[in-house]
Write a protein that binds this ligand. Sequence first.
Ligand SMILES: C[S@@+](CC[C@H](N)C(=O)[O-])C[C@H]1O[C@@H](n2cnc3c(N)ncnc32)[C@H](O)[C@@H]1O
Length: 292
Amino acid sequence: MNQNEFLESLVCPVSGTALRISEDRKTLVSEDGTTYEVGETGIVNMLYPKELLPEDAREQYLYDQAVLRYDQGVSWVFQTLNHSDEAATRKFFIDLMELKPGMTALEVGAGTGKDSALILDRIKPGGTAVLSDLSPNMLKRAQEKLSTDEANVHYFLGNGSYLPFADNTFDAVFHFGGINTFSERKRAFDELARVVKPGGKVVVGDESVAPWLRNTPTYTTLLKANPLFRAEVPIEDVPLNIEDFKLHYVFGNAFYVMEFRVTANPPEVDVDLLMPGKDFVDNWRIRAEKAE
Ligand SMILES: C[S@@+](CC[C@H](N)C(=O)[O-])C[C@H]1O[C@@H](n2cnc3c(N)ncnc32)[C@H](O)[C@@H]1O
């Protein structure tokens, strides 16, 4: 997908309707007149809402300020967590996406591009990676660092809870490190699944110390020092139309990463299927009556 095709693939992040590209190709305009700027450096500003909700605005500010310290800081965090091997763990994340050369992948909250480089390696030659983040400074840093040899790379500033793509656009989607604090986290999970083709993978991770470790001395210290680690795994936000769900704990069991495959429809229970015999019927009835 070249830059023109990328611009043409963008839709209104809230209504999903087509955008008109201005004659000078510097602006995308939605049906209701909202404009989205195509930046000089090729980073398209698809942020929605234009005035971010307070928690998203705060995260955007914090990451914009932290960009120069980010790479070193985050590697230090993983070192503290049982001296984890950051490179091997990030490779494990990207393996879960099941990418192949020529595929089209989306990363939400790409930050400075630590995982994006691995995504690019997997989709080469000929694939397309679309990288996005809420923070302009983080995404600029990713753009400076990443090589675009043998793959198409496109960037947009975006809120993971409002993705500017039609349904079923990508072969796989990845997010690591921010979703626990997204203001509209459930909406983000639904969006990640919506833009993936049925059969494609969604891989999502963030902080959450495994329950069995929370009362041990060093993890108690961690939870006090950084409340982000107190987050619960947001299993209740997982979309309905998925299968093959797996949950992994990584980085000293202080982060989760979940993987699932998108399906065309949600699963259903066949409540009309005849029960295999009277014993079975009686057994279920007794249990159901007891539970009332
Ligand atoms: C901890 S960093 C992780 C960056 C990168 N994925 C990594 O693993 O190094 C979290 C990233 O999520 C981005 N972010 C926070 N809220 C977001 C949102 N609502 N939509 C998209 N990105 C968001 C931040 O700007 C930041 O770059």
